[in-house]
Design a protein around this ligand. Structure first.
Ligand code: C2E
Ligand code: MG
Ligand code: MG
Length: 545
């Protein structure tokens, strides 16, 4: 450090510290002490220094000291010794660090808060305040590492709300968000200390049970979740119902790594959904196989249209009164190059899930209408052609337009076309269903309810729908001659149809005894192997002749 020099014109401060220099030092608002180097004798302690108590001048320079002012205020100070050798003096400046320290602390606190905020954003879901996927994965890793050491079990439960999209679509996203919060709360009440409930996103929740101590524990949690969800939620003065499906994978049986466990829990969840939702399902290895099969099926179905692998069979419908042919149902067939003959009962649900049903459904409609128009052109009575419409086709907008387009392009009168709809479709959204049926009917198209009796609708319900025909499900026909219940149900449906000015058609009639019984009950029409199987076009045409 360069040694300070005083201006030569000034009086020697060491000579007279009580002079001008002393007065200056006295007025400086920084605490200072001037000592003689030779014997350490204090020549001057300025006013700022005298305001401090307990300063230890003996300590080494640079060390921080906690002292007080004469008024008792705590101060943090640091001494700086500046030797003025030519003068034989030692100037000690007492720096007050209190303020600096305070702002440092404040800064650190705010940094900490920012860090916490960043952490919160990175690890928690903003909507529900629950841990998010990243946090969940971290905790799962940790639980698995721990379980590996201790030998305990770990369970992952993944939940996916059933049909939540409908809530959002019906009531709007804000209410949907409120419901999600309420569900998060409810689910949280099903957990125990140490469990981690998270919301990885959307309408999904995931629960980590990091320690399973006894058998049946997970079963209890899963039951509790399903059970808790059955109680209605009240959100914005509305009573709402929600349900969830749950897939469960357990360490170490179902996988040892987080990724495997999650994948398996997802497969189990998928199975729970497929089995009808609002239930839980433990993972089992067969699920892998099923997924593989499904993937192959789906890939095949996507190509089926382009490859011309789809075709229609025609099953005649007869009048029980006259014995004449009154209609024909178009039944879809898929002959897959790789998989062989695949039943519609198998691939139609898949087509619905994947959305392929629209393309496939249009193909059926178009071809059925074209075929009917051709038969009609050949002269003679055209039996009405019945086309199956799946639930998904019915509930999405545009059905009426699709039907009308198919009719127009084929040049077919609407009265020759009948659409078969299952009762579940009517129950799902009654108002929508009524509107569509009304429009179709005004356009002249006929409507039949397929597989009647297998759904949940009551007979009384039928009154509300403009329907031409009720197809009594095969389930009731099979044992109609031996089972009094089935006979009673079939009889009631027929009577009801009569009184509502509808027709009753019995499906799956396989014996003449069944046909006779139905005739006695007053059933109008029949369809079934006893009369004719679903036939290729040529065979049906032979029958038409
Ligand atoms: P569905 O509409 O109830 O059709 C009647 C089913 O019963 C047909 O099976 C038919 O072959 C069968 N069947 C007819 N008579 C008898 C009988 O006497 N005994 C027995 N055991 N069965 C009989 P298929 O063709 O396998 O069709 C199954 C289901 O697939 C249909 O049930 C329908 O829901 C659906 N499906 C078929 N084609 C289409 C289509 O083009 N579009 C849509 N969306 N669904 C279709
Ligand atoms: Mg049908
Ligand atoms: Mg049917």
């Amino acid at each position: 450090m360069p040694e300070p020099r005083f201006h030569p014109d000034l009086p020697d401060p060491a000579a007279d510290l009580s002079g001008q220099a002393a007065a200056v030092l006295e007025a400086v608002p920084v605490a200072m002490v001037v000592r003689r180097l030779a014997d350490d004798r204090i020549l001057l302690a300025n006013a700022a220094f005298r305001d401090l108590e307990g300063v230890d001048l003996g300590t080494a320079s640079d060390r921080e000291q906690e002292v007080r002012t004469t008024a008792g205020e705590p101060r943090l100070v640091q001494l700086q010794d500046i030797p003025l050798r030519p003068l034989g003096l030692l100037l000690t400046v007492v720096h007050d660090l209190t303020q600096v320290r305070h702002s440092q602390q404040a800064l650190r606190a705010s940094e900490q808060r920012t860090e916490e905020e960043i952490r919160r954003l990175a690890y928690y879901d903003a909507l529900t305040g629950l841990p998010n996927r990243a946090f969940f994965l971290e905790q799962t890793e940790r639980a698995l590492a721990n379980a590996h050491r201790t030998g305990c079990g770990v369970a992952l439960l993944v939940c996916d709300l059933d049909d939540f999209k409908r809530i959002n679509d019906t009531y709007g996203h804000e209410l949907g968000d409120d419901l999600l919060r309420a569900i998060a709360h409810r689910l949280h009440s099903c957990t125990r200390r140490g469990d981690i409930l998270s919301r990885p996103g959307g309408d999904e929740f995931a629960l980590l049970v990091p320690r399973i101590d006894r058998d049946g524990e997970i079963l209890a949690v899963a039951n509790k979740i399903i059970e808790a969800m059955t109680r209605p939620f009240v959100v914005r003065d509305r009573e709402l119902h929600a349900a969830t499906s749950v897939g469960i994978a357990v360490y170490p049986d179902d996988g040892e790594a987080t990724g495997d466990l999650l994948k398996h829990a997802d497969l189990a969840l998928y199975a729970a959904k497929a089995e009808g939702r609002n239930r839980f399902q433990f993972f089992n290895p067969e699920m892998h196989l099923r997924v593989q099969q499904r993937t192959r099926l789906e890939a095949g179905l996507r190509r089926a249209l382009d490859r011309g692998e789809l075709s229609l069979l025609w099953q005649p419908q007869f009048s029980l009164r006259t014995g004449g042919l009154v209609g024909v149902e178009a039944l879809l067939r898929w002959h897959s190059g790789e998989l062989g003959e695949v039943s519609p009962a198998h691939f139609i649900p898949l087509a619905e899930e994947t959305g392929l049903i629209h393309e496939i459904g249009d193909w059926v409609l178009r071809n059925a209408c074209l075929q009917a128009a051709r038969w009609r052109q050949r002269g003679g009575d055209c039996p009405r052609v019945a086309v199956n419409i799946s639930g998904k086709q019915f509930s999405e907008p545009g059905l009426v337009e699709r039907v009308m387009t198919a009719l127009r392009e084929a040049g077919l009168e609407p009265g020759c076309l009948e659409l078969e709809i299952t009762e579940g479709v009517l129950m799902h959204d009654a108002e929508h269903a009524q509107n569509i049926l009304m429009t179709l009917r005004q356009g002249g198209v006929k409507v039949a309810i397929d597989d009647f009796g297998t759904g949940y609708s009551s007979l009384l319900y039928l009154r509300n729908y403009p329907v031409d025909r009720i197809k009594i499900a095969r389930e009731f026909i099979t044992d109609i001659t031996t089972c009094a219940n089935d006979a009673a149900i079939a009889g009631t449906v027929i009577a009801m149809a009569n009184s509502l000015d509808m027709r009753a058609l019995a499906e799956g009639v396989e014996t003449s005894a069944q046909a006779e019984y139905l005739r006695a009950l007053g059933c109008h029409e029949v369809q079934g192997f006893h009369f004719a199987r679903p036939l290729p076009r040529e065979e049906f045409e032979a029958l038409l002749e």
